[in-house]
Ligand binder design. Structure first.
Ligand SMILES: [Zn+2]
Length: 288
């Protein structure tokens, strides 16, 4: 025998109380229907809310996407400008290398880093990042390359300043470099420099930057100044009437270092001017 429930409906006043008898199966069915209905309602509500949220998110992403596209386009333009600047830099460097007579194709650094990536593609960001990395690498290589050129130019400038050049005094050559007849007697002897005749007291100038190696008096050259210019170069000025520098003093090309004289074994006022390269005398006429 199935269970039954009795539902009593009691009105407010006077009327008859109604009784409703419900079978337990029917009540279970009703409860199930109610639950189903509530569940369905909750699901629909959830779906609706979810949809609204998705649409808002979609809109936000759309705005973000269009902003990112703008940023990407600007990046591409910036990249283009950087690329052009790199080409200009490379051009300038090539010219400097040519001027410095340093052109060596094996040492030139390539600038090619590809063109501008297409901003429409999904992979544009990756491409731009990759290009930027390549550009960074190219810049680093270019920097190193320019450092080399700078060092080389510095070396060249130093070498140029250290290389004897020009006349040490105003005068005229009375004796040349090379083997010459010994005045008193027979045979020949090496003349290691040139003799430039000038009046006593005429200034003698350094012909290159350097340091005063020695200031001395010798029987042969009389009052003498010897300058060391580095890079293997030395110059000697002999027979001076007066030496005006001290040993160890730094000297620039054109500095007055002594005055023409007739000291030592000399037959008239003149400068015995000698240029040595790695301790071997060379013809100073090639440096005048
Ligand atoms: Zn001489």
């Amino acid at each position: 025998m199935s269970k039954r429930f009795t539902v009593m409906v009691i009105p407010e006043a006077g009327e008859k109380v109604r009784r409703l008898q419900i079978h337990s199966r029917a009540s279970a069915f009703a409860v199930a229907c109610c639950l189903l209905f509530v569940g369905l309602f909750a699901f629909l509500l959830y779906s609706r809310l979810n949809l609204e949220f998705d649409q808002a998110e979609l809109e936000r992403l759309r705005v973000e996407n269009s902003q990112q596209r703008l940023v990407l386009q600007r990046l591409a333009v910036d990249f283009d400008s950087l690329h052009e600047q790199m080409i200009m830099l490379a051009d300038n460097e090539a010219r400097v290398r040519q001027l410095a007579s340093f052109e060596d194709s094996s040492q030139t650094v390539p600038v090619a880093i590809g063109g501008i990536p297409a901003v429409d593609r999904v992979s544009a960001v990756d491409e731009i990042q990759q290009r930027i990395s390549q550009l960074q690498l190219a810049i680093d290589m270019r920097r190193q390359s320019q450092e080399d050129v700078r060092n080389l130019l510095n070396d060249q400038v130093s070498l140029s300043r250290a290389t004897p050049k020009g006349w040490p005094t105003k005068g005229w050559i009375t004796s040349y470099f090379g083997m010459r007849q010994i005045p008193q007697g027979t045979g020949k002897r090496m003349h290691k420099g040139i003799d430039i005749a000038a009046n006593t007291g005429t200034p003698i100038f350094a012909t290159a930057d350097g340091i005063v190696a020695r200031v001395e008096y010798s029987a042969g050259y009389g009052k003498t100044v010897i300058l060391d210019h580095g890079y293997g170069y030395r110059t000697l000025f002999g027979h001076n009437s007066k030496n005006l520098v001290k040993s160890g003093q730094r000297i620039r090309r054109g500095d007055k270092i002594a005055e023409v004289g007739n000291t030592g074994r000399s037959t008239g006022p003149h400068v015995h001017y000698e240029v040595q390269l790695n301790s071997i005398p060379i013809d100073p006429r090639h440096t005048l």
